[in-house]
Write a protein that binds this ligand. Structure first.
Ligand code: 4GY
Length: 181
């Protein structure tokens, strides 16, 4: 949530256009040391997040909202995220983005709670935190009112896949280069 506390995102929150909350599976651990990870069956490096704390954290959010909530898991194995997906997800009243850590999450809980598997690109990061923040940012700016003029969201979305023309501001001549007609 702190990562979304600047500039456009902060204004969007102040204007009640978006809300960003985080829920920590550790708070749902039944272990006396608040353990949420364990070694993978079949061996291999690292640790996995256990099903129970993730499931209970997810369940708590859905119960608080009184409904099932579309749930995205960010993983390099997912469908590569694009602008159209950002627009579509921005239409959801509520959205859960599940963030993996260590080597990932026990597959059984993913089978039960995840509705969409999304990747932010074909490379591997150390955790799901950055992908989650990328998605929150890209989705939030597509919520009506978040950008100053909702024309600019529209322009960028529909004006041929993201890229605008080169732009110029004052001064009219800089390093002997004039602003084109
Ligand atoms: N790329 N797109 C990505 C990623 C890291 C182990 C699961 C990506 O979405 N996520 O690289 N994630 C892994 C690290 C746990 C997430």
């Amino acid at each position: 949530d702190n990562a979304c506390s600047f500039s456009i995102m902060q204004r969007a929150k102040n204007d009640n256009l978006i809300q960003v909350n985080s829920v920590n599976p550790r708070d749902f651990s039944k272990d006396k040391h608040k353990k949420v990870d364990d070694t993978p069956y079949g061996g291999g490096a690292g640790m996995l997040m256990q099903a129970q704390p993730v499931y209970d954290a997810h369940k708590a959010v859905c119960e608080e909202r009184g409904k099932k909530i579309r749930t995205v898991y960010v993983t390099p194995q997912g469908t590569v995220f694009n602008q159209q997906m950002a627009v579509e997800l921005a239409n959801e009243e509520d959205l859960i983005i599940l963030c993996g850590h260590y080597e990932g999450i026990d597959e059984r809980v993913l089978e039960e709670v995840v509705t969409d598997y999304v990747s932010i690109g074909d490379y591997v990061l150390t955790g799901g935190e950055l992908p989650v923040m990328v998605m929150i940012d890209a989705i939030s700016r597509m919520v009506p009112g978040v950008l100053n003029n909702d024309v600019s969201a529209e322009t960028e979305t529909f004006h041929n896949d993201l890229l605008e023309y080169p732009q110029y501001t004052r001064p009219e001549v800089w390093h002997e280069k004039s602003v084109p007609e």
